[in-house]
Design a protein around this ligand. Sequence first.
Ligand code: C5P
Length: 224
Amino acid sequence: MTAPVITIDGPSGSGKGTVARLIALELGFHLLDSGAIYRVLGLAATDARIQLDDSDALASLSDSLNLSFPYNAQCTQIILNGASVGDRLRTQVAADAASRVAIHPRVRDALMNLQRRQARDPGLVGDGRDLGTIVFPDADLKIFLDANVEVRAERRYLELIQSGQTVERSAILRDLEIRDVRDRTREVAPLIPANNAYVIDSSDKTAAQVVANIRDLWRARGLA
Ligand code: C5P
């Protein structure tokens, strides 16, 4: 029997990372932060001076990534080859590099097994862009979490300020809009809700309210 899987897809700033962590904690499930994989790859490629459009070199770099995602109620850690990756992953540079490497079909294929391997007992909660559509098409529960772009930009702004970075609101909004277009219009695995996903708008909701909503869906399916 395969382990149960909950997927939470959506654009940046929709709150999916926080919500995924809280649900994983409540259910005692493993957690997959798939955006972090693309961020790690983008940064590793930049460090190795690999061009972000060199899909062959990026695909072979993808094969060498050994990642895990231990978490607690406050945060998710990203462990690469045994060491914590740290705050660099949450910068705008990492986000931009991630969305550039993510457009290559060969890269996405190379990262597929790494993501699917995380679905093990007692279960998995994963967040990303294509988890419900491509990576886990048979997931037990699929959520598409959205919010309007101004709310998402404000959340991202506060997150970056709180982590000690110096950023401008207008630049965050612009970066988010550029990344949204790139993620939604790319040919492979674009950001769209799976046919059988529940769409939740978090613009006027707290993380706790979204979690309660998903908990109800989970229980209604007899999966608790
Ligand atoms: O979720 P996060 O903001 O960390 O994702 C960074 C970038 O990684 C996204 O803008 C997207 O281009 C890419 N990504 C993806 N597929 C996923 C998760 C993230 O293409 N499943």
